[in-house]
Design a protein around this ligand. Structure first.
Ligand SMILES: [Ca+2]
Length: 69
């Protein structure tokens, strides 16, 4: 958890100097590499992540719409 309340996750590998970077969920598959070995932009992982995120966003919209109407 970071100071702004948004959860952060460790990148899977450290930098060459042994430091571990953290990223927020919104930085996953956002087209900009934040992790030392670009793991957050892995084409294979992002293919599945983006497909799942699209479905979850649709479900969220449906639930919110249902509760507002
Ligand atoms: Ca990223």
């Amino acid at each position: 958890m970071s100071g702004d309340g948004n959860p952060k996750r460790f990148c899977p590998s450290p930098t060459g100097s042994g430091e571990w970077h953290c990223i927020e969920d919104v930085e996953l598959c956002d087209g900009i590499s934040q992790c030392p070995n670009q793991e957050d932009e892995s084409p294979t992982h992002c293919l599945f992540y983006n497909a799942m995120k699209t479905h979850l966003d649709e479900i969220t919209k449906f639930i919110v719409f249902k509760n507002l109407s």
